[in-house]
Design a protein around this ligand. Structure first.
Ligand SMILES: [Zn+2]
Length: 238
């Protein structure tokens, strides 16, 4: 049975209850599958959540969360007994989640600014703390390279000060393509896709986000690099 992904509906949820469906022990630790989860599994350029799962009889210190065949695997070090069918209290490390959501939403804002300025499409997003960046499908002309970082910064600053809400909705990938929204090819056809909207810019995304763009007041462009026909904008969140 696929794990229900509660974080898709509410990125701010850091505590909830769920039922344990499967428990597996091996040399890598203990892995628990739940009927539903608030833990974000590493993917889409966003790092794994961490936290704790507690039942009447045991605790799992969750260090790594991953996604496999529709199931979310919560892996870590267990103490006591974690039994199938037991109800577990889930607690996401809220500070880490917030940092990841800031970094990730910062990537959306970079995409939004670049779309407004030159209309390039993102081909890769890396939203980890050690050097986040977004890569785009075209090479910036030589004469624009020097001034581009400042233009992106200025565009992002304006959106941050407008402080609009980050919203999302579900729809079909075909509908998005028909509306001219760039959809990566790896999204399986016929599956509902979640679209995240930042300052009017729509992007298919399954990650976690901050509520409002005003939270990104520390967002800075670190640099712009052009290589092999692509433009990379690196950034940091203060
Ligand atoms: Zn996202």
């Amino acid at each position: 049975m696929p794990t229900r992904l509660l974080y898709l509906d509410d990125s701010q949820l850091t505590e909830a209850d769920a039922t344990i469906l499967k428990v597996h022990h091996d040399e890598g630790g203990t892995t628990v599958v739940l009927n539903e989860t608030i833990f974000y599994p590493q993917g889409g350029g966003q790092p794994t959540d961490r936290g704790r799962l507690t039942t009447d009889q045991g605790v799992l210190d969750i260090r790594r969360v991953s996604f496999a065949d529709g199931e979310v695997l919560h892996t870590g070090a267990a103490e006591g007994v974690l039994a199938e069918s037991a109800v577990a209290r889930l607690e996401v490390d809220a500070a880490l989640r917030h940092q990841h959501a800031l970094l990730h939403t910062g990537g959306h804002l970079v995409m939004t600014a670049v779309d407004r300025l030159v209309g390039y499409r993102p081909t890769k997003g890396y939203h980890f703390p050690n050097g986040p960046y977004v890569e785009f499908d075209r090479a910036l002309p030589v004469e624009e390279r020097e001034s581009f970082a400042a233009k992106v910064q200025e565009t992002m600053d304006a959106m941050v000060s407008e402080d609009t809400e980050v919203t999302s909705y579900f729809c079909e990938p075909e509908e998005l393509r028909a509306n001219g929204v760039y959809v990566p090819t790896e999204i399986p056809a016929g599956k509902p896709t979640r679209v995240v909207v930042t300052a009017g810019y729509r992007s298919p995304c399954g990650g976690t986000h901050v509520r409002r763009l005003g939270e990104l007041f520390g967002l800075r462009v670190r640099g712009v690099k052009v290589k092999s026909g692509r433009t990379r904008v690196s950034y940091l969140v203060g």
